[in-house]
Design a protein around this ligand. Structure first.
Ligand code: NAD
Length: 292
């Protein structure tokens, strides 16, 4: 069992840290708002009052932060992870960030004597709470092997997908698939509502056929009941669609549906709905049909 630090105890980071406690690791948490650290302490973890304090003495440091600048801010500089970690510490970034930044930060980590994996996750808040995340890992295969005890406490499908940055590239594809799925699910529900169909019955039968999906399972009811309390904030999905559109352009690849959905997500965020769950894309679809 290892000394593991988790920096960023939000919707995902806190339940992930709690699973590590349950697996027997000594887990120290740090978060910008201290209430989340208190929640980890209640669950059997330890609290730190700075990134530097969380990092010192850790064998594994996990970051679970919103965006690329947040991760860069936490790992760099005199108070950051790279300066304060012992040589050989394994840094696992589970946040979803730009693949090019992930590569640059992994190189900086190596210069500082650390080992780095990009290990973004999929499965949503429920997947984190249940400890069944899908984890796509980029980095050195030996470092991937040495992370197994930690990663197995968090997820069920844990796959090494290639060198540094590859985890983030696969995660960008994941976010493209999920966003387009949410958009078409929203369109189908608005269509069914307009025809006065029994929505529970419709979603049950659709879920058993080729139209079935995890998105339908987890997001269908939220749309029907207009419950947009966040599991995954729309503003974060907007960030991810920025990553996938930029990375597609860089590779000379065209994603017309993804680009259209990225615009719809951007417009919904711009209207002030960024703090809602990404299923709130449904509101935009309703509005397009004048059915608010
Ligand atoms: P969140 O906003 O709920 O959590 C982020 C946490 O980081 C917050 O508690 C915040 O206080 C903390 N934080 C921000 N800056 C900090 C700093 N400088 N120092 C310390 N703490 C800081 O976000 P989340 O939903 O947990 O998502 C985290 C990452 O995981 C994102 O990159 C997101 O895209 C990705 N992700 C989220 C989900 C999901 O369903 N929520 C699923 C898969 C991946």
């Amino acid at each position: 069992m290892s000394n593991v630090s988790v920096i960023g105890l939000g919707i995902m980071g806190l339940p992930m840290a709690i699973h590590l406690v349950k697996a027997g690791h000594t887990v120290t948490g740090f978060n910008r708002s201290p209430a989340r650290v208190d929640a980890l302490i209640k669950a059997g973890g330890l609290g730190a009052s700075s990134v530097a304090e969380a990092t010192r003495g850790a064998e594994v440091v996990i970051t679970m932060l919103p965006d690329s600048p947040d991760v860069e801010g936490v790992v760099s500089g005199p108070e950051g992870v790279f300066v304060n970690a012992a040589s050989g510490t394994l840094w696992i970034d589970a946040s979803t960030i730009r693949p090019d930044i992930a590569k640059r930060l992994a190189a900086d980590a190596a210069d500082a004597g650390l080992r780095a994996l990009d290990a973004p996750v999929s499965g949503g808040e429920q997947g984190a709470i249940d400890g069944v995340l899908s984890i796509m890992v980029g980095g050195d295969p030996a470092d991937f092997e040495s992370a197994q005890d930690v990663l197995r406490a968090l997820g069920k499908t844990i796959v090494h997908v290639g060198p540094t940055g590859s985890g983030q590239t696969v995660k960008a594809a994941n976010q493209l698939i999920v966003a387009v799925n949410i958009e078409v699910l929203a369109e189908a529900i608005v269509f069914l509502e307009a025809h006065g169909v029994d929505l529970d019955a419709a979603l049950t039968v659709l879920g058993g056929g080729l139209a079935g999906s995890k998105v339908l399972e987890q997001k269908g009811k939220k749309m029907v009941t207009r419950n947009f309390e966040p599991g995954f904030r729309l503003a974060l999905h907007h960030k991810d669609l920025g990553i996938v559109t930029a990375a597609s352009r860089e590779a000379g690849v065209f994603i017309p549906l993804g680009a259209a959905v990225a615009q719809l997500v951007a417009a919904t965020v711009n209207k002030g709905d960024g703090a809602l769950d990404h299923s709130a894309l449904f509101k935009q679809v309703l509005q397009l049909s004048g059915r608010e």
